[in-house]
Design a protein around this ligand. Sequence first.
Ligand code: PLP
Length: 292
Amino acid sequence: MPPEVVFLNGSFVPYEQAVVPVEDRGFLFADAIYEVIRCYGGRFFRLDDHLERLEQSAAALDIPLPYDRARWAALLDELIRRNGVRDGSVYVQVSRGVAPRSHAWPQGLQPTVVAIARPGGTPPAEAVERGVKAITVPDNRWGLCWVKTTGLLPNVLAKQQAARAGAYEALFVRDGLLTEGTSSNVFVVLDGILYTHPLANILPGVTRAVVLDVARQAGLAVREQAIPAVWLERAEEVILSGTNSEVLAVVEIDGRPVGGGRPGPVFARLREGYLARVAAETGAAVEPGPGA
Ligand code: PLP
């Protein structure tokens, strides 16, 4: 049985009418926080601790919480009362809000607040009496970078950091190795060789494959191998690839110019080759654009 009423953005609304826009960032990016709070006999257990953790999570993600603790307590009380829940739990979620899809977020978003009360939540008597089984798994939260998941919060936060620094992209460094961008793959030209991280726990970019193909056909020396981040200091060129980025030259990293601080010759060849593929495969007349 679904709950009767749900709390949504300041109102108590019937369950069926409690809907969130499709461009809510909680849905698109997992750009949201939550708490689950138990109630016993109509009273919340450790409500203040849960609200404190909610505030900490919100502060960490820079999501402004719309209510103070007294207001949260009052509305959650009302929610369980309206649903007749005495022994159960409340699920509270706050997302950054609704905006056209873009990793970095615009100023002034209204967070989306949802709270759902349900009875139950106590472990089955058998589990309490006889105990439960468990398995072990490698702790790779979130280590599946090759999955094009909407669990993009780390990418979102990195892209926002880049935007704040006046940069287009943030490049991830894992164990001292340059892996990829928040929404792009990355290439480095050093001593005339084009390097990119191998297909090992990065997103296998469709554009990356096109760029590699173009590079090989152009006779460039290509190596898919791990790239120490320190190479960036000596890189002749750094190049991004992605569906929206197409092929772009990075001319500055962490305030230091890359190569001559201008798009380089390898970039120009790769971009030109990429656009030639686009034209050949779609029939569209594409402009090479500056630098290509
Ligand atoms: N790497 C990451 C993490 C991405 O999210 C993306 C695209 O969004 C890419 C690389 C580039 O992939 P594609 O060329 O398929 O757009």
